[in-house]
Design a protein around this ligand. Structure first.
Ligand code: PMP
Length: 428
């Protein structure tokens, strides 16, 4: 029995399903989850001494690769001064100033401890600001496990087959309206049928949680216009895209500005962090400036702020990071397409910068319905074939992969060689 198998057996006795977050259990792809011992740069190492090239990167944050010296140093300096105070610190002011300087739509920002907290808080503020109850979200988008968002949810919720979770009350569920992603007409119809009742439209402007799906031309612009006309708060959930697609996130590469933005794991450089921010008048509703209550003992945690500040300030000062990530993404995408064509398959690859998904589906994949048309059995076989060859992918078709600057052209070639062999194996 391997160490990973042994640990999973132990884990199942004391942790529900043996994991602290569902997708990690490998349910969608079969087999035993790999237990990670350490990581550095582009590599993960498991408890059995195997090494993997890393394409998840802690689900997004490790833009510079694992345990980057800058972040390591910032954290080891910070821990000399204790781990938490629950009181204001210089570092959190500097962090807020840095975020505000990098993301133009954010005028004020509040730190929380996860992406889930960020999105829950953002819709509470939108409701408080507008005095309205309902929200619109998109099928297949995932915004963490807050009750209001577990309606037609993506990521682990769809991987586990529970996009609508038990435990969410009917009252909460009826305030969440859903539309297909990229379907502006459906959103307009919902807004018309619920006139004056919609507090917010929340979306992953680039969706990563049904696999990667890009916004169609005019979709985001149309939502912005609708929100302006109807007094609805537009929220971009940039938990995965923030600081990854550009130094100001997805909103840095479009001309549409949201009213509120939610951020997560990336701004902690991998430490448990989230944040929400946006228009001054909306953020001034948050306690103690205003009446909408939201709080957190560990919010603005000094270790997390130190890690996040080190990484974000590096990204701000080094625009070449994004050129490097784009070059890596281009090389990988071209190689994957060539190998697929050689195998006589024209699987859809959706990519933007350092995020991509290979769908086992000839597509196009533009929303949740078309993403779900993928061959999930084949994906599972592919995942195992790649893992065996030392490539660590997300264990579900309904996820994006994330590149880091630690990946060299040689790593990309190793991934492509494994891809070609894996395809041949699973299609045989
Ligand atoms: N929003 C998006 C877009 C996400 O991808 C995620 C998690 N991957 C979340 C919110 C929730 O973040 P967390 O898991 O930190 O609660």
């Amino acid at each position: 029995m391997t160490q990973s198998e042994q640990l999973f057996q132990q884990a199942r006795q004391v942790i529900p399903g043996g994991v602290n977050s569902p997708v990690r259990a490998f349910r969608a792809v079969g087999g035993n989850p790999v237990f990670i011992k350490s990581a550095k740069g582009a590599y993960l190492h498991d408890e059995d001494g195997n090494r993997y090239i890393e394409l998840i990167n802690s689900w997004g944050p490790m833009i510079l690769g694992h345990a980057h010296e800058l972040v390591e140093k910032a954290v080891s300096d910070a821990i000399q001064h204790s781990f938490s105070f629950g009181a204001p610190t210089r570092r959190e002011v500097e962090m807020a100033e840095l975020i505000v300087s990098m993301v133009p739509s954010i005028e004020k920002v509040r730190m929380v401890n996860s992406g889930t907290e960020a999105t829950m808080s953002a819709i509470r503020v939108a409701r408080g600001f507008t005095g309205r109850d309902k929200i619109i979200k998109f099928e297949g988008c995932y915004h963490g496990h807050g009750d209001s968002f577990l309606i037609a949810a993506g990521s682990g919720a769809v991987t586990m087959g529970v996009p609508d979770s038990p435990g969410v009350t009917k009252g909460v569920a009826q305030d969440t309206l859903t539309a297909p992603y990229n379907d502006l007409e459906a959103v307009r119809r919902l807004a018309e049928a619920n006139k004056g009742q919609i507090a917010a439209i929340i979306l992953e402007a680039v969706a990563g949680n049904m696999g990667l799906v890009l916004p169609a031309e005019g979709f985001i612009e149309g939502l912005r216009a609708l929100c302006d006309a109807e007094g609805i708060v537009l929220i971009f959930d940039e938990v995965m895209t923030g600081f990854r697609l550009s130094a100001s996130g997805f909103q840095g590469i479009t001309n549409v500005k949201p009213d509120l933005t939610t951020l997560g794991k990336i701004i902690g450089g991998g430490m448990p962090v989230g944040a929400y921010g946006g228009r001054d008048d909306i953020m001034n509703c948050v306690s103690p400036a205003g009446p909408v209550y939201q709080a957190g003992t560990l919010s603005g945690n000094p270790i997390a702020m130190a890690a996040g500040y080190a990484m974000l300030s590096h990204l701000k000062d080094h625009p070449e990071v994004y050129t490097t990530l784009e070059a890596t993404g281009t090389r990988l995408e071209a190689g994957l397409r060539a190998a697929n064509a050689k195998a006589g398959k024209h699987y859809t690859i959706n990519r933007i910068g350092s995020m991509y998904t290979l769908f086992f589906n000839e597509g196009p994949v533009t929303d949740f319905e078309t993403a779900k048309a993928s061959d999930l059995k084949l994906f599972g076989a592919y995942f195992q074939a790649m893992l065996k060859r030392g490539i660590y992918l997300a264990p579900s078709q309904f996820e994006s992969l994330f590149l880091s600057t630690a990946l060299t052209p040689e790593h990309v070639d190793a991934i492509l060689a494994a891809h070609e062999q894996s395809l041949a194996e699973i299609l045989a």
